[in-house]
Design a protein around this ligand. Structure first.
Ligand SMILES: [Zn+2]
Length: 77
């Protein structure tokens, strides 16, 4: 299983319909909205070098105003 880096859900690589490649790695998403979110700002989700730690996938503080705590805006879970 892979983890959707945007919302933190587990995604089965075999059945995932939404994937994206970034810096040679493949990421899996539960929904198109998550993939779009990732592609809009991939550094925020892969843990870019300029952050120095403390970053949780799907649990960003600031930056994305529409990313609410604890919600899966993308897939209705
Ligand atoms: Zn998702």
């Amino acid at each position: 299983m892979a983890i959707d880096p945007v919302c933190g859900m587990t995604v089965d690589e075999k059945t995932a319909r939404f994937t994206a490649e970034y810096e040679g790695k493949t990421y899996y998403f539960c929904a198109k909205g998550c993939r779009d979110e990732f592609l809009a700002n991939p550094q925020a989700y892969v843990g870019g070098a300029d952050h120095g730690g403390h970053q949780h996938p799907g649990h960003m503080h600031g930056g994305h105003g529409h990313m609410m705590h604890g919600g899966h805006h993308c897939c209705g879970h």
